[in-house]
Structures are given as structure tokens and as C-alpha cells.
Design a protein around this ligand. Sequence first.
Ligand SMILES: *Cc1c(COP(=O)(O)O)cnc(C)c1O
Length: 359
Amino acid sequence: MRVFNFAAGPATLPLEVLQQAREELLDWQGSGMSVMEVSHRGKAFIACAEAAEGELRKLLAVPANYKILFLQGGGTGQFSAVPLNISTPESTVDYINTGSWSKKALGEAKKYAKVNVAADEAASSYTTVPEQSALKLTPNAAYVHYTPNETIGGVEFPYIPNTGNVPLVADMSSTILSRPFDVSKFGVIYASAQKNIGPSGLAVVIVRDDLLGKARPITPSILNYTEMAETQSMSNTPPTFGWYLSGLVFRHIAGNGGVAHIAKQNEAKAKKLYDAIDSSGFYKNPVAKNCRSWMNVPFTLAKPELDKTFLAEAKAAGLVNLEGHRSVGGMRASIYNAMPPAGVDALIAFMKEFQRRHG
Ligand SMILES: *Cc1c(COP(=O)(O)O)cnc(C)c1O
């Protein structure tokens, strides 16, 4: 039986996509093989890879002067790839710190460049985002990095920082494809796949052409944007299954009204859940209202001693993986694109019933 899976990542995938993958698993496009067993250099797979890229380009309206790369190493690989590709050891690189993932990104960047922390939301325990006017940006920084959606804290920027001529780099792992945005405001966008795209291991990178050709000589080939752009992300064997499945997810979004439609659905799902939490007098979300995430909703119970009971009863009701991240405790409901509205409705009904019995 399928459950409603609220995991933060790897996360739930659209049922129709999984069904299609199952149907064609043993015999992909009449090859007599699965897509995992065909050559990545064969005509069929190259067409599949190009179609996925084209579909994503359409979904996000990616301008022609940006390359889309399908790389390995997940989001974490990009924490190194970004400084290696677009900064020098002497560069200052600006990082906006809004929580766990920003912290990891800037920690990695410190190995490769001089990191300036342009804002740090420690004072609010990472429940806020800085105002544009509070950013202490370095005029000649190689780039400014931020995390539009903090997957663990459930904090999402309501605006895109303005960095003038300095390239803006975004880790969109847990927000890409959740709402439309203007790609042309960014120098580099990257996302690990296992939240809103497909299987883990894959990272999608969208990089502006003028940032190519700047990689340090020591940059590993598989993280080198220029090399990967020149080889259509096939310097080596790409993660073929992940790429194929991501293509199915892109097509599924396109066939269901595109990103604009899914954004409306996401906003409605999140609003319902936050409203239920705020009006309960039992559940609490700590994040400032202007920057609450549409994708990851952490919440605590008024009686934390009931956490284990909550999780056990939720699981019995078919609502799984609601445990908060080990670093923060409490609960977290990740409600990515593929979480149907019915899943959020079921969670809210369960929470009400749980409060009635235990509150
Ligand atoms: C999940 C996540 C990552 C890490 O992705 P991996 O594929 O595990 O390396 C990085 N940044 C954010 C915002 C994430 O949500």
C-alpha cells in the first residue's frame, strides 16, 4: 500500500511517474533492455537526455545563454564545485547564512576561498531571513551564495537578493520547480534531485555562459562546468536512470499545468497546514510568517513527551517520515510538489484528531 511520505529527501515522487517507470522497466522503448542497461552514448539515451533538458528549460523558462548540466555528487558536490568553478584562492566569496544548509555550503567554500558571511540569522535561531538592506555584500566578491529554502529550518526567502554585477548563486535543492522565478537574476542555480526532481545522487546545475571557462586547473573534471557543458554532461558515464526519471517528472509537471499551476497548489497546501498549526493552540511553527517555507513545515507539539506517540500513530494512519531533523527535533512535514493535496488534508485531519485525544 502507498503511504503519504513526508520525508525531506529522498522524498515522495509522483505515482504516475513511478507507474510509467515500472511499465517500461524491463523493455525501454522496444530495446529489450531497461534504460539502466543501454549505452549513454546510444541514440535512444541521448534523445532521452536531451528531451529531459529541453523539458526543464521550458518549465523554468531558462534563457538561451544558460547551460543546464546533469551532474553527480548531489547538492553537496556543488558546495565545492561553485568555488572551484567561479572563484580563485584569492577571491572573497559572500555567503548568506540562514541555517544548516547555508552553513554546510560556506564551510566547504572556506577550503577554497575567503568567505565573507554577508548575513547570519543566528540571533533568531535561524527562523528569519535578512532584509536586502541588511546584507553586507563585498563589492568585488566572486559571487554571492544563498539558500532560497532551508530544508531543515523551513525558512524560505520571499525575495531574490539583488547583488548588482556580482553573480548570484542559489542552492535550490528543496525549492526548484515549486514556483516560477526569473532565472536571469542568477549566475548559477543548483539543486540536488531528491526533493522536487527525481532520485538522489543527481545534481542539476543551471549556469550562465559568461561564468564558464573560469574553473581552477585543479577542478575535478566531473565538477568542471565548462568541461561538462562541452560534453553535454557526458565526460563520463552520467547517472542515466536518475536523468531518465527526472525527465519523466519534468514531463509530468508540464502535463499538469506547469510550474505556475503547481505553485498555486503548493501555496494552498502550505497555507492550509500553517493555518491548522497556528489555530490549534497545540502545534507550533517557529518561523517568521514572511519567510515560512512552502516545502518544509517544521512544527512542535505542546507536549514534547508525546512526540513518539504522535509519530507511531501517524505511521499507523499511513502518514510517514514526519520526524523532525535530528538537529532540531519535533516534527517536520515536507510537502514537495509530489505530495498531493489529499496527503496534506489527511495530515491535518490526523493532527486535529490527535490533539482531541491527547491535547
Ligand atoms: C538536500 C539538500 C542538500 C544536499 O543534497 P545531497 O544530495 O545530499 O548532497 C543541499 N542543500 C539543500 C538545501 C538540501 O535540501
